[in-house]
Write a protein that binds this ligand. Structure first.
Ligand SMILES: [Zn+2]
Ligand SMILES: [Zn+2]
Length: 333
C-alpha cells in the first residue's frame, strides 16, 4: 500500500493508484472509474494515453443524449428557471473558485468557504477541483505548445472536448497541485467525482416529484426537472466553459503579445461570466479580475467583490499598474 501522506508537498503521488494489466480486469476497472477515479487502468502501451477512452466517454455521450428527453418531458417556467439558476451558480463556482481560486490563488478563502464552493463546482460534472486545477496549471505553463493539454493547434474538437476523454486527460497530475493536495476533503471530492452530480440529479428529481404532488401550479415533475435542471443545464455549462480552451484561443482581439494564441472575446466573456478576457488573463493570470477595464464585463469579478464586501473572501489580487502601463504603450496592434 503506497503511503497516504506525502513526504513533501511537491512529491505527492496519487495514494490510491493501482495498475490493472489483464484485459478483463482493465475493463472492470474502467467501469469502476465511473464512480471511483482511483481505479486506474493501463494496457502497458505508452501511446494509449493520447487515445480517447471510449468506455470512460460513455456517460459524457449519455449526458448529451439525455437532453433530447426534453421532447418527452415538456417544459415549464419552473424547469427553465432551475436550468438557468443552476447554470449561473455552477458557472460562478467554476470561474471564481475552480479557476481563479484553486488554479491561480488570486484571493483568500476560509477552509469551509473553499469546500462549499468546491462542492458546487463538483456539481458541474467537470470533475474535482484538484484535477481541474492541475490541468489548468499545465495549460498556462505550456499554452499552445505540444505539452498543452487542450490547444486548438491540435484541432478544434481536441481542444474543446477530446482532451479530457483521453487516458492522459483523465489523470490528476499531483505534482502540479501540492498546495491543494494537502486537504483531505478536496482529495476525497477528486476521488469520488461523480457523487455530487448524482446527488444533485437525485435532489432535482425528488423536488420535481414533490412539487407535482403538493404544488401542481408550478406545472413540473421529477423527470422534467431532472432533464432541464441537470442534463440540459450541465451540458450547456460544459460547452460554455470549454469555449475558453477552444474558441478563446482562436477568435477575438489580442491586446497583449503573449507567446500563446489567447484572445479577448466579449461574447465569450458574457457566457462565461468574465473568462472571455482570456488574452488579459494569459498575460497576467495573478489577478482575481480578468476584465481589466470597466467596460470589460466580468460578472465573476463583481460576484467576488460582493463576497469580499460580505466578508466571505478576502485579499482579491488587483491588476498591477505596470500591466495597464504595458497595455497603453506596448500592446499588440
Ligand atoms: Zn488559455
Ligand atoms: Zn487560468
Amino acid at each position: 500500500m503506497p503511503p497516504r501522506t506525502p513526504a513533501a508537498p511537491d512529491t505527492f503521488v496519487d495514494p490510491h493508484s493501482r495498475i490493472a494489466h489483464h484485459p478483463r480486469q482493465a475493463w472492470l476497472s474502467a467501469l469502476r472509474r465511473w464512480f471511483d477515479t482511483s481505479a486506474t487502468t493501463s494496457s502497458g502501451n505508452e501511446h494509449d494515453g493520447e487515445r480517447i477512452d471510449w468506455l470512460r466517454a460513455l456517460p459524457f455521450a449519455g449526458m448529451h443524449a439525455a437532453c433530447l428527453l426534453v421532447l418527452w418531458v415538456g417544459v415549464s417556467w419552473f424547469a427553465v428557471t432551475a436550468c438557468i439558476a443552476l447554470y449561473a451558480i455552477r458557472m460562478f463556482a467554476i470561474t471564481a473558485f475552480y479557476h481563479r481560486y484553486f488554479s491561480h490563488r488570486t484571493f483568500h478563502a476560509s477552509r469551509p468557504i473553499q469546500f462549499v464552493f468546491a462542492l458546487i463546482g463538483a456539481a458541474s460534472v467537470q470533475r474535482g477541483p484538484l484535477w481541474w486545477a492541475a490541468h489548468h496549471r499545465r495549460h498556462h505553463r505550456h499554452a499552445d505548445t505540444p505539452d498543452d493539454p487542450h490547444s486548438p493547434r491540435q484541432g478544434f474538437w481536441r481542444s474543446h472536448a477530446g482532451w479530457f476523454l483521453t487516458r492522459d486527460g483523465f489523470r490528476t497530475d499531483w505534482s502540479r497541485i501540492p498546495d491543494l493536495a494537502k486537504y483531505p476533503e478536496l482529495r476525497w471530492l477528486d476521488r469520488f467525482d461523480t457523487l455530487v452530480p448524482l446527488l444533485l440529479a437525485a435532489a432535482l428529481y425528488a423536488l420535481g416529484e414533490a412539487l407535482a404532488a403538493w404544488a401542481p401550479m408550478f406545472g413540473t415533475n421529477g423527470p422534467q426537472l431532472l432533464v432541464w435542471g441537470f442534463f440540459v443545464s450541465t451540458v450547456v455549462l460544459f460547452h460554455a466553459t470549454v469555449t475558453i480552451n477552444s474558441l478563446a484561443h482562436r477568435f477575438g482581439r489580442r491586446r497583449f503579445a503573449t507567446r500563446d494564441d489567447s484572445r479577448n472575446n466579449a461574447w465569450l466573456a458574457v457566457i462565461t461570466f468574465g473568462e472571455g478576457w482570456h488574452n488579459n488573463h494569459h498575460f497576467f493570470p495573478g489577478s482575481a479580475r480578468q476584465g481589466f477595464y470597466w467596460w470589460e464585463v466580468d460578472l465573476t469579478w463583481y460576484g467576488l467583490r460582493l463576497m469580499a464586501a460580505l466578508g466571505l473572501v478576502s485579499g482579491l489580487k488587483p491588476v498591477p499598474a505596470w500591466v495597464f502601463e504595458h497595455a497603453r504603450t506596448d500592446a499588440a496592434p
